[in-house]
Design a protein around this ligand. Sequence first.
Ligand code: PLP
Length: 410
Amino acid sequence: MSPPRAECAGLDAVDPLAPSRELFTLPPGVIYLDGNSLGPLPRATPARLAEVAEREWGQGLITSWNRAGWIDLPARVGEKIARLIGAGPGQVVVADSTSVNLFKVLAGALAQAPGRRVIVSEPENFPTDLYIMQGLIELLGGGPSLRLVPPGEIPAALDADTAVLALTHVNYRSGAMHDMAALTRLAHARGALAVWDLSHSAGAMPLDVAGADVDFAVGCGYKYLNGGPGAPAFAYAAARHHASLRQPLSGWLGHAAPFAFEPAYRPAPGIARLICGTPPVLSLAALEVGVDIALGCDLAEVRRKSMRLTDLFVELVESRCPALDLLSPRDGHVRGSQVSFRHPHGYAIMQALIARGVIGDFRAPDILRFGLAPLYLRYADVWDAVAILAEVLDSGAWDRPEFHARQAVT
Ligand SMILES: Cc1ncc(COP(=O)(O)O)c(C=O)c1O
């Protein structure tokens, strides 16, 4: 028997994270289950953006690079994200996109391991991660190669030729979570470095990149960090790699003395060498608001609620929607903050759900993906969303022509 709605409302009444919902703008009539893809708008963001645009840019003009501290934004927001991912000071910077940051740290990691040629990853890694690895290998003249193995075969795939183990902590499709510390330990034991994409875990759970001895990490600002569409990404490099770290996007703001305008590149000391060009000030200002919200929350509590929300969702869907097959791990300890189900008509079902105000997303070929972000989602929302999902399935309402028409973004 699945829990009645009143029981869910009872959980909301005693939820220590309930007040954080007020920090977000959530349209009435919408149950938002896609914060794993694009976090919602923090209430404080429009005013902060207006301040940066009207006062700092409008009045301060170029003086704001110094007076408003624009030039320090990549490091300042990086220090805040460092606290969310368990990194020490001076090891995280915000710049570019996750794809670009992955390119930089992978290139840097490969260069640290001369004589070793293989990047080990998994075929189910997020496509941009795989494409970036392929592009880098092509650029390096085909010297290095990519070895893709299913998760269970990763330990055996790490050998004396492995330069880098490059994985995404929480899988974008299934929500399955790797043991970052154990795999990093294994990579190190075989003499390889470990690069992690934390896009689906930063802000959704406590992380400890220092404790796990991670070498490099990257991650998105627009998912659980609620930084807004296209928010810049973060990059982490363990301090022990800084002195020898070389990355190919050697732009002027990663130079030791950008305003000396020297003709020859000299990398900045420390993490700043991962910066390439001019920071996107407006986007960084918006990201900082989202990061500040996460910093104000107890991430252990966020993780506890995330596991309860996802458990509840699995339980309700399995009892009320037998046509859907669970893709995510059943064990919450190895699952991120999302739950995915399969159905051959997943796309149309998701469109019908969205038309009813329940917003999740679809991942080819047949996956309905639901992100359950603890900062603003209520247990009763989960109950209501599943009731609507059951109605869509039971009535066959999804099987209308307009729900089958594919849009550019799914
Ligand atoms: C694991 C992972 N890495 C990277 C990205 C996207 O990177 P970018 O912001 O460069 O488009 C995503 C987007 O969903 C993702 O899920």
